[in-house]
Design a binder for this molecule. Structure first.
Ligand code: NAD
Length: 500
């Protein structure tokens, strides 16, 4: 069985670990690879490589650092089909979706190429007579990234391009479920000429992560994953004096007003709920219909659209299916159990994807698109993140009820409203307590020059990912106040300095 190694100092380094984690092909259920779970010592080796590279790397002019990323982008563009295939083989999403993930990740690389402009700091002349002040945005040192399975390329790219463009060095711990894409990215960074130790990859589980959270050489930890793990990562990293941003799970609502265009709603909802088999932190998992008429009409239209969906291996291209399998057997079972729970809780199961199979791929981790009606806020299938192709329709009497429902949920990653009424949209935008809001946009993932992040239990830490917040996260501010002989008073002053 092929093994996947760590990547330290621009080389693959075989792990000495005796603990392995299998990586599966979700279409066939067959094992593809064996992944060594790095020992604490191996994780420390990666940190040591990053720490050794930091002094030289941080001294390079910002534009020189950016040029490595320009080169990386160029190389990645030429190998993007290969990268997309790796994503699809291990994650299961269809190829066009994998390509979309790469594009959204590359946008952050493009943003990072312009970081010299954002890292300039500020300057004020004459803050006191003959006194000038300026600020420096300096890199932190070794930064760590821990990423989830559902975007094996895009989420690491939310982190490392910004971190290294700002002058930090980086250790990535990718998901153990689909780790191959991160190795190809590491190789392309090395091919782009990135100096040894600036970007490293260690594979592993809690043991490796704990080293990243506690080693005093690591200055900052960027995490994306489920809420319970995000919360514990944030607590542990903070307790060890590191800055941390930990993005967690989601339950994203789409509010559908009676005046919304029905065709736009159905098309948007189908993609947002079932694209990538619902394994997106910005997937719409709850449709809140304002009024029974809206709900009845929507359910009828969704049933028709679901009937026409094609589900199959993500690598198929003629035609490409709309969605592929879930990532693992365990995850498939978890989603199936949630569907059973919804039935027990009294929700109306309109379309049941539990017994869905794809001919010729009976061992694949497929679950068919599933639709529940009359879901209520007290049900676990409403409260908890399912992370599969399961859409819950909740009926609300009016806009205020819909807004209260969205604001009452503990997750607050993304949300959207579909309406043609500007006043309603404006009310929603102002009062909804969610980090990312779409107005007639189902998956409002901000562009790379804005920032990505939820509220409440979808994000622990004050700073969002990438964009200006990313630059703030990966730099620390130093304020300098200066004067020269003409501004220096000749007598000692024992009172608190003020502007004179
Ligand atoms: P996960 O929390 O299981 O794993 C995320 C990472 O943490 C992986 O690298 C994993 O190896 C590591 N990990 C797992 N258990 C750990 C432990 N006990 N200690 C230390 N590290 C541990 O998440 P997942 O299943 O890979 O990804 C899906 C989740 O990620 C969903 O909840 C989804 O909503 C969330 N997600 C959120 C965002 C966002 O932007 N908010 C984006 C993508 C995914």
């Amino acid at each position: 069985m092929q093994r996947l190694d760590n990547f330290i100092n621009n080389r693959r380094v075989a792990s000495q670990s005796t603990q392995f984690s299998p990586v599966f092909n979700p279409v066939s259920g067959e094992q593809r690879l064996e992944l060594a779970m790095s020992t604490a010592d191996e994780t420390r080796q990666a940190i040591a490589a990053a720490a050794a590279a930091f002094p030289e790397w941080s001294k390079k002019p910002p534009l020189t650092r950016a040029r490595y990323l320009f080169k990386f982008k160029e190389l990645l563009e030429t190998r993007r089909d290969e990268l997309a295939e790796l994503i699809t083989l291990e994650h299961g999403k269809v190829l066009s979706d994998a390509q979309g993930e790469i594009t959204r990740g590359l946008e952050v690389v493009e943003f990072a190429c312009g970081i010299p402009h954002l890292q300039k700091g500020e300057y004020s002349l004459n803050v006191g007579r003959g006194v000038d002040a300026n600020s420096l945005m300096q890199p932190l040192g070794v930064c760590a990234g821990i990423s989830p399975f559902n975007f094996p390329v895009m989420v690491p790219m939310w982190m490392f391009p910004v971190a290294i463009a700002c002058g930090n060095t980086f250790v990535l711990k990718p998901s153990e479920k689909d780790p191959s894409a991160s190795m190809l990215m590491a190789e392309l960074l090395a091919e782009a000429g990135l100096p040894e130790g600036v970007f490293n990859v260690v594979h592993g589980n809690k043991e490796a992560v704990d080293v990243l959270l506690t080693d005093e050489r690591v200055q900052a930890v960027s995490f994306v994953g489920s809420t319970p793990i995000a919360e514990s990562i944030y607590a542990k990293a903070s307790a060890h004096g590191k800055r941390c941003q930990a993005l967690g799970g989601a339950k994203n609502h789409m509010v559908i007003m009676p005046d919304a265009d029905p065709d736009q709603v159905v098309n948007s909802l189908m993609g947002a709920a079932y694209g990538s088999a619902g394994e997106r932190c910005m997937a719409t998992s709850v449709a809140v219909c304002v009024g029974d008429e809206v709900a009845d009409h929507l359910i009828a239209r969704l049933k028709e659209a679901i009937d026409e969906m094609q589900i199959g291996p993500g690598t198929d291209t003629d035609p490409e299916p709309h969605m592929g399998p879930l990532v693992t057997r365990e995850h498939r079972q978890k989603v199936i159990d949630y569907i059973g729970l919804g039935v027990e809780e009294g929700a109306e199961l309109v379309v049941d994807g539990r017994s869905f199979t794809v001919t010729g791929h009976e061992n694949g981790y497929f679950v068919g698109p599933t639709l529940f009606d009359r879901v209520t806020a007290d049900m676990r299938i409403y409260k908890e993140e399912i992370f599969g192709p399961v859409l819950a329709v909740v009926r609300a009497d009016n806009f205020d009820d819909a807004l209260r429902l969205v604001n009452g949920h503990e997750y607050a990653n993304g949300t959207s409203i579909f309406t043609r009424d500007g006043d309603t949209a404006r009310q929603f935008e102002e009062h909804v307590q969610v980090g990312m809001v779409g107005i007639n946009v189902p998956i409002p993932v901000p562009m790379a020059f804005h920032c990505f992040g939820g509220w409440k239990r979808s994000l622990f830490g004050p700073l969002h990912m990438y964009g200006p917040d990313g630059v703030r996260f990966f730099t620390r501010m130093k304020s300098v106040t200066r004067r020269w002989p003409s501004g220096i008073h000749s007598t000692a002053d024992f009172s608190m300095p003020t502007m004179k």
